[in-house]
Design a protein. Structure first.
Length: 96
């Protein structure tokens, strides 16, 4: 298995979590519980989508970009997204 597949599996898992939560568990979960589950599926989507984009950009580039560099950038993006998500849900969401 190529390591690049981790990005594809990640966004597919995030999308699957989202569909399961919002399509099948909609009536069983409260709005707050659904929001809390987004802490799981949104970072998976960010990781997968950004990793896939960076991987494709590296493949089109004439310069060699090691997978380790792409992984570091993807993790940084994911961490930033998760921090913004926590800020939004903890600071802004309760006031809506």
């Amino acid at each position: 298995m190529r390591m690049e597949k981790i990005f594809q599996y990640s966004w597919m898992a995030g999308l699957s979590f989202m569909v399961i939560i919002y399509a099948t568990q909609f009536n069983e979960l409260s709005e707050d519980e659904m929001v809390r589950w987004s802490y799981v599926w949104i970072p998976l989507l960010i990781f997968g989508i950004i990793g896939t984009i960076l991987q494709k950009r590296a493949e089109r580039s004439e310069l060699y970009t090691p997978f380790r560099t792409i992984l570091k950038r993807t993790l940084l993006f994911t961490l930033t997204g998760a921090i913004l998500l926590v800020f939004f849900y903890e600071a802004i969401w309760p006031g809506l």
